[in-house]
Design a protein around this ligand. Structure first.
Ligand code: AQP
Length: 344
């Protein structure tokens, strides 16, 4: 170990992200992640994986996991990801993720992981019965990103803390192994009104796959009637929509619905308020429901089409995995040399 002032990474820019195949996707995943993936693929080389190794940190039925993996791939394609541009692959098909994760387990400090709020939320009162994988999940996530030396990571706001941990691991590795600038310190891309979509039943909790109430979320597989009903029943307050963002911020449920409207129509929240200020939810909710149905309907239909062709999805996943390995293997080989492993 030697002392070094941090040296900036000067390699190519790359985008990486992923979603777990742990249940039906919802509007939060779509706006916070999928839409951003599709936008970014036109700029830099893009790697989008299905996080099946993350999914098994909590129990997954073995008989269903491969189908769930294909379903996420179908959602990626339906959201506009193009396999000719982005490498789309299952995480477990690129073993370099796990290989690097072990080395990072030896770089990360227990104190860093102890601060991760997602583990605390997901393990709840039964921490000692959680898998070790759930605890070290953010370390695997750091390996997912850095095995491609990715510089930009589009995620929802809930992932910001994990991204900070990735930066800490990259900086410590570069320092400890005397490899200034070897790994980039990746930037989370979290901006935009879709970065934190909240539950339709509780404006202080994020929309989540694991929420017990199906009325808390809009699933990518919901039909038009179900979507309209969920928005009609969404919790709100009796006041009309305000004129300013400051007032909106004091009303979490209203803020959430305006945010969803803004994200789906690619406008700002202020723009939406300018149009609907003074109107009650009796007027706003049906317009929002129409917008959600009009935007999500075609995505759901495309997703079903892809799901009906599992052979095509498998071929896209296999090609994506081969492309991903071409980038990941040389990085891990360099890491092996830096660490001093035999034969490297
Ligand atoms: N409510 C949300 N708003 C905006 N973005 C969100 N994301 C998740 N929920 C929201 C983003 O979706 C991506 C994939 O998430 P994931 O499936 O890998 O893990 P997650 O964050 O644990 O997603 P869920 O749906 O909330 O699942 P559970 O209920 O299991 O916790 C990430 O980029 C995430 O930020």
């Amino acid at each position: 170990m030697t002392d070094h002032a941090p040296v900036a990474y000067t390699g190519p820019q790359r985008v990486l992200s992923g979603v777990q195949p742990s249940g039906a996707l919802h509007l939060g995943n779509y706006l916070g992640a999928l839409v951003k993936f599709a936008r970014l693929q036109h700029g830099q080389p893009t790697f989008i994986f299905v996080a099946d190794m993350h999914a098994i940190t909590v129990w997954q039925e073995p008989a269903k996991l491969a189908a769930q993996t294909r379903e996420i791939a179908a959602a990626y394609l339906a959201a506009g990801l193009d396999p000719a541009k982005a490498a789309i692959f299952p995480q477990s098909a690129v073993p370099e993720h796990a290989e690097l994760a072990w080395i990072f387990n030896c770089v990360a400090r227990l104190g860093w992981l102890d601060r991760m709020t997602q583990f605390k939320e997901k393990s709840g009162k039964h921490k000692e019965r959680s898998s070790v994988g759930l605890y070290t999940y953010p370390v695997l996530q750091a390996a997912d990103i850095l095995v491609y030396k990715a510089t930009h990571v589009p995620v929802g706001e809930d992932q910001k803390q994990h991204l900070e941990l990735t930066r800490d691991i990259a900086a410590k590795f570069n320092h400890d192994y005397d490899a200034p600038g070897f790994f980039p310190l990746p930037d989370p891309l979290v901006q935009g009104p879709g970065a934190r979509v909240m539950s339709l039943r509780d404006g202080s909790a994020k929309m989540s796959k694991s929420d017990e109430s199906d009325y808390s979320r809009i699933n990518l597989t919901d039909d038009s009637d179900t979507i309209a009903q969920k928005i009609r029943k969404a919790r709100t307050d009796p006041a009309p929509l305000p004129e300013t963002l400051e007032e909106l911020a004091t009303r979490p449920e209203a803020d959430n619905l305006v945010g969803i409207f803004a994200a789906l129509s690619e406008r700002t929240k202020l723009d939406v308020l300018t149009e609907y200020a003074g109107q009650g939810f009796g007027t706003f909710k049906p317009v929002l429901a129409d917008l959600v149905v009009a935007t999500m309907g075609p995505v759901t239909a495309k997703m079903r089409d892809y799901m009906n062709d599992p052979g095509e999805i498998d071929s896209i996943l296999a090609t994506g995995a081969a492309r991903a390995r071409q980038v990941a293997r040389p990085v891990v080989d360099e890491v092996r040399k830096l660490v001093g492993f035999w034969g490297a």
